[in-house]
Design a protein around this ligand. Structure first.
Ligand SMILES: *[C@@H]1O[C@H](CO)[C@@H](O)[C@H](O)[C@H]1NC(C)=O
Ligand SMILES: *[C@@H]1O[C@H](CO)[C@@H](O)[C@H](O)[C@H]1NC(C)=O
Ligand SMILES: *[C@@H]1O[C@H](CO)[C@@H](O)[C@H](O)[C@H]1NC(C)=O
Length: 528
C-alpha cells in the first residue's frame, strides 16, 4: 500500500516537473517565400525536440510530422509570382531604395491580409479556450499578427530573417545611430563618407516616418478588421504591440555584420540553420569523390528556379560549364535539359549544406541569398555571386568586400565572363584564404546559435516576458529620448537668467543716459 502511494507520488512528481517545462507555443511564419520558412522551421524543430507543444501557422506542410506539432497551413498560399512576376526579376537591374522599401510594405500588407483571411487562422482568432505560453512570429512585415500576443495574453518573440532594422532597435529601446549604422537596404560599411551619411540619414528618416505614419496605420486597420470582437476590451495599436515584443532573434553574426548598439533582448542567431554535414546520397557522394579537379556547385536558391531562366541564359551558362575542367553540380528543377555537357550533373533538389561541406567543392555559384551565403561562409567555399533581387545585391557586395567572392550582373552575363571569373576564383589562392578566415570567425561561437535561440525563447516564458531585457527607451517619447525637453529648458533658463536681465539693464542704462523721466516727459509734451 505504502509502496504504491510512493510510486504514485513519484509519478506525479515526474508529471509535474515535465509539465512545468513543456510549454504551448504558437509559432507563426505567414510569409510564403520558401527560404524564410526553411530557416524558421529549424527553430520550430528544436522547440519540438525540447518537448514543447507547437501550433504552427505557415505555408509549407512539414515533411517531418511530430506528435506535438499541430499545423495550420495557409491554403491556398499567397501567389507571389502572380503579383511580382519572375520575368521582371530576371530583367530587373536596379530598383531605387525607396521603391524597394515600398515594395516590402506592399508585399507585407498583401501577405498579411491573405493569411488573416485563411480559415484556420480565423479559427485561431476566434478560439475561446485555447491557451498559449508564447507567440513566436517572423519579424518581417506582418505586424497585425502581433495581436495574437494580446489575444492569448502571453509574451511575443520575433525572429528577424533579414537581419537588423531600425524599427527593431526602436522596439527594444535603442535609437539607431545613422552616422555609423547604414540602413538595412544599404551595403555601406560603418565608415561612411559625408554624402553616404547624408543619404543614409535621408533614407532612414523616410523609412521611419513613412513606416510610422503610413504603413503601420494600414496594419492597424487590418488588425482591427480581423481581430475586432475577438479580443476582450479595446484593441491596442500595433505600434504599442511592437514595443511589447520581449525578444528578437536576429539573423546576423558578429563575424560578418557591423558592430552596433544593442539591447539584451536582441540576440544574434545567424548560422542557426547550419548543421554538421550528413551523409550524401550515393550518386552525389561518388560524383564528388571522383572529381579530382574539383567541383563547382551552382544554385539559384529555393524561390527562383533555374527553369525560369531565359533560354539564352541557360545555353550560355551550359556553354561556360562545358569549357571547365572541373565537374559541375547544378540545382536544375527539371528532369532533363538539352545539350548537357558531360561534366555537368543536374538534380531537382540538392542537399546544399552537405554538398558545400565536401572538400572537393571549389566554388559556389549563388544568387547571394542570405542563407546560402552563410552556408558558403561556414564551409569556407569561395563564391561567385549573381544577385537578382532584394537583399542579394547587398549580400554580394559584402562578400566581394570580404575578399572571398566575385560578383556578376545577371543581365550582362556572357560565356567568357563566367569562365574567366570561375577560373580566377579557383586558381587565385587569395579567395580560398579569405573564405577560410571568415569561416573560422563565423564558426567561433560559445554555443550553437540554434541552441542559444531555444535557450532565450524558454527564458522569455520562464520569466513571463522578461521585461528586464528591454530599455525604457522603447516607451519614452522621442523628445525625451533625445533630451530635447531638457535642452529646451536650458535655453529657456538661459533666456530668463541672462538675456532678459541683460536687455533690461541695457535699456535702463540708455534711458538713464538720456536724462531720465523728466526729459522723456518734456519730449512727449513737445511732440504733442
Ligand atoms: C510530446 O509532449 C509530451 C508532453 O508535453 C512529452 O511528454 C513528449 O515527450 C513529447 N513527445 C515527443 C516526441 O517529444
Ligand atoms: C504589454 O505587456 C504588458 C505586460 O505583459 C501588458 O500589461 C500590456 O497590456 C501590454 N501592452 C499592450 C499594448 O499589449
Ligand atoms: C523540362 O523537361 C521537359 C521534358 O522532360 C522538356 O520538354 C522541357 O523543355 C524542359 N524544360 C526546360 C526549361 O529545360
Amino acid at each position: 500500500m505504502e509502496m504504491k502511494q510512493l510510486q504514485l507520488m513519484f509519478l506525479l512528481l515526474i508529471g509535474l516537473t515535465s509539465l512545468g517545462s513543456a510549454y504551448r507555443i504558437l509559432f507563426m511564419g505567414p510569409f510564403p517565400a520558401p527560404s524564410h520558412w526553411l530557416w524558421l522551421e529549424h527553430f520550430q524543430r528544436d522547440l519540438l525536440r525540447q518537448g514543447h507543444q507547437v501550433t504552427s501557422v505557415n505555408n509549407h506542410p512539414t515533411k517531418q510530422p511530430h506528435e506535438n506539432l499541430t499545423e495550420v497551413i495557409i491554403s491556398p498560399s499567397f501567389d507571389i509570382p502572380k503579383h511580382f512576376p519572375k520575368k521582371n526579376i530576371f530583367s530587373m537591374n536596379f530598383v531605387s531604395d525607396f521603391n524597394n522599401l515600398e515594395m516590402w510594405w506592399t508585399i507585407g500588407l498583401l501577405t498579411t491580409e491573405h493569411a488573416l483571411r485563411d480559415r484556420g487562422v480565423k479559427k485561431l482568432i476566434e478560439s475561446q479556450d485555447d491557451h498559449y505560453d508564447l507567440v513566436i512570429l517572423e519579424q518581417f512585415f506582418h505586424e497585425a499578427f502581433l495581436m495574437f500576443g494580446k489575444k492569448f495574453n502571453c509574451p511575443v518573440v520575433t525572429i528577424g530573417t533579414m537581419g537588423y532594422a531600425d524599427n527593431i532597435d526602436h522596439a527594444m529601446g535603442v535609437l539607431t545611430p545613422w552616422s555609423v549604422i547604414p540602413h538595412l537596404l544599404l551595403s555601406h560599411t560603418d565608415r561612411m563618407t559625408f554624402s553616404q551619411r547624408a543619404y543614409n540619414a535621408y533614407l532612414s528618416l523616410y523609412d521611419a516616418v513613412m513606416r510610422r505614419w503610413v504603413y503601420l496605420p494600414k496594419m492597424q486597420k487590418m488588425a482591427e478588421k480581423y481581430f475586432g470582437g475577438a479580443i476582450n476590451g479595446p484593441l491596442p495599436h500595433v505600434h504599442d504591440l511592437e514595443r511589447n515584443i520581449s525578444l528578437v532573434l536576429i539573423n546576423a553574426h558578429r563575424s560578418v555584420d557591423l558592430p552596433r548598439p544593442s539591447m539584451p533582448g536582441q540576440i544574434d542567431v545567424g548560422g542557426a540553420h547550419i548543421q554538421p554535414a550528413k551523409k550524401l546520397p550515393a550518386d552525389l557522394q561518388s560524383f564528388l569523390d571522383k572529381a579530382t579537379n574539383g567541383v563547382v556547385y551552382f544554385s539559384l536558391g529555393s524561390y527562383m528556379k533555374s527553369t525560369d531562366l531565359p533560354p539564352e541564359k541557360t545555353s550560355l551558362i551550359l556553354k561556360a560549364f562545358g569549357q571547365l575542367k572541373q565537374q559541375v553540380i547544378w540545382k536544375f528543377e527539371n528532369d532533363s535539359i538539352s545539350d548537357l555537357p558531360s561534366n555537368v550533373m543536374i538534380r531537382k533538389w540538392m542537399p546544399q549544406n552537405d554538398i558545400l561541406a565536401h572538400p572537393n567543392v571549389k566554388l559556389f555559384i549563388t544568387h547571394g541569398g542570405i542563407f546560402g551565403t552563410q552556408e558558403g561562409i561556414y564551409w569556407g567555399v569561395p563564391m561567385l555571386c549573381i544577385p537578382l533581387y532584394g537583399d542579394q545585391h547587398r549580400n554580394s557586395i559584402k562578400s566581394v568586400r570580404e575578399g572571398y567572392a566575385r560578383s556578376l550582373v545577371f543581365s550582362k552575363l556572357t560565356t567568357d565572363g563566367l569562365v574567366r571569373n570561375i577560373e580566377a576564383l579557383i586558381s587565385d589562392p587569395q579567395y580560398k584564404r579569405s573564405a577560410l578566415e571568415v569561416s573560422q570567425r563565423f564558426r567561433d561561437n560559445p554555443i550553437h546559435p540554434l541552441k542559444e535561440a531555444t535557450f532565450w525563447i524558454e527564458y522569455i516564458i520562464r520569466h513571463r516576458g522578461a521585461r528586464h531585457l528591454k530599455s525604457q527607451g522603447a516607451f519614452l517619447p522621442l523628445h525625451q529620448y533625445l533630451l530635447l525637453d531638457i535642452l529646451g529648458c536650458l535655453l529657456l533658463g538661459a533666456f530668463l537668467t541672462i538675456w532678459l536681465p541683460w536687455t533690461m539693464v541695457r535699456r535702463a542704462h540708455k534711458w538713464w543716459l538720456r536724462g531720465g523721466t523728466a526729459d522723456k516727459l518734456n519730449d512727449s509734451k513737445k511732440r504733442l
